[in-house]
Write a protein that binds this ligand. Structure first.
Ligand SMILES: [Zn+2]
Ligand SMILES: [Zn+2]
Length: 396
């Protein structure tokens, strides 16, 4: 077996040799150029490879080995066809066989359990599929707006008017006009919110925040521990693309981690749990996914706005995200650095026995099957929600 660290060294040597050795050896030009490109290709996919389980990188060792094998096979084919001397053809064949051997003999990656379905949610637990661009009412005075892969939430009765409602979270970058139009449609033309409340500051929840806060001239409320990520002073820890095994997780290193800055408008939520302007709701600290993550709770009808503490689709996979396949799911794995806190938060939310869950990702879920599904997720959290093999998982 070739250890992965040795494989990394061989990749570096191969890339350099492919790029420069043919020129030094005086091979004809119609061979040096493709060889140089092949070497650059090896260098490129090597640079984005995770040679260690805890390293950053877009592709794992198994994908890397597949690329090595494909490259090796291509060289073997080239050796039989190249318009070159027998010595050059032998060299091409030898390199091709070397690549195939390296692919076959290198250790695979530490097996990362692909996150399957966590806790099933029956289709009849889902409420209103939000029409794109229109907020769907899911309970009195509560509507959600689907913005592609993420949701924003409106609190306040229809026709609430200027300063008569609250926005929870602010979607992806570029969605300010969609949120504004949906708000105007629900609350009245040019109706500004009284406040924007942030469940947390991840990029897919703060995308339109600066634009909307300025345009509406509105205060922004968040948990004090989330403040550094909203006033521009601190970035979130690196993503864990190895967590969850789906495309959305793999791409996570590309997601922005830099904080937005709404500092001058930013206020700490009151420690008494109240939310300014809405008596019926309170906030709960639900850290883990982010240190200052909060959820919003309305006791009177058991409505829970869970943010990313609990979500209702498998956010790690692009297919599940596109179709919003329903399930009760722990926080998006690739962006969750503290699993012990995340577990405690889910357990706390489960004790509320919510009748309606409006999450940051996925369609809202309501009815008698919601609380049992959440209870099951809380109970089996370590087995179903915590990704093994993630750099942040408590047991690797
Ligand atoms: Zn998040
Ligand atoms: Zn999110």
């Amino acid at each position: 077996m070739i250890p992965r660290t040795l494989h990394a060294v061989l990749d570096g040597v191969s890339a350099g040799a492919l790029m420069f050795a043919p020129r030094l050896l005086g091979w004809p030009r119609h061979l040096t150029e493709p060889m140089f490109l092949a070497g650059a290709g090896v260098a490129a996919y090597s640079l984005v490879t995770r040679y260690r389980d805890d390293a950053a990188g877009l592709i794992g060792m198994n994908e890397h080995r597949a690329l090595d094998a494909a490259q090796g096979a291509a060289f073997c084919v080239a050796a039989t066809r190249a318009d070159a001397s027998p010595g050059v053809r032998r060299t091409l064949a030898a390199y091709g066989l070397f690549s195939l051997a390296a692919a076959a003999l290198t250790q695979g990656e530490h097996p990362v359990r692909r996150m399957g379905r966590q806790v099933r949610l029956p289709a009849d637990a889902l409420v209103a599929a939000g029409q794109m661009g229109v907020a769907a009412e899911v309970a009195p005075g509560l509507a959600y707006l689907r913005l592609g892969i993420v949701n924003a939430v409106f609190i306040g009765p229809r026709g609430a008017g200027d300063r008569g409602w609250i926005l929870v979270d602010a979607g992806l970058p570029g969605t300010a006009h969609v949120i504004e139009a949906a708000a105007a449609r629900r609350f009245g033309a040019a109706a500004r919110p009284r406040a924007i409340v942030m469940t947390h500051g991840h990029f897919d929840h703060v995308g339109a925040l600066e634009t909307l806060a300025n345009r509406w001239d509105v205060p922004v409320y968040a948990h004090p521990e989330e403040r550094p990520y909203l006033d521009g002073s601190r970035s979130y820890p690196p993503a864990a693309p190895e967590a969850g095994g789906g495309l959305m997780a793999r791409l996570a290193p590309l997601y922005p981690r830099r904080p937005v800055n709404v500092g001058p408008r930013l206020h700490d939520l009151s420690s008494d749990g109240s939310i300014p302007g809405v008596e019926s709701w309170c906030w709960l600290h639900t850290p883990g996914h982010a240190p200052g993550h909060i959820s919003l709770w309305r006791e009177s009808d058991g409505a829970l706005i869970s943010g990313d503490a609990v979500i209702t689709t498998r956010q790690e996979g692009a297919y599940a995200v596109a179709l919003q396949k329903p399930e009760m799911h722990g926080p998006p794995a690739y962006f969750t650095p503290d699993w012990a806190a995340a577990r405690a938060s889910v357990r706390r939310l489960a004790t509320l026995n919510p009748k309606l869950v409006v999450a940051g990702h996925g369609r809202p879920a309501a009815g008698p099957k919601v609380a049992p599904a959440l209870a099951l997720l809380a109970e089996d959290f370590d087995e179903v929600a915590v990704p093994c093999g993630s750099r942040y998982a408590p047991t690797a």
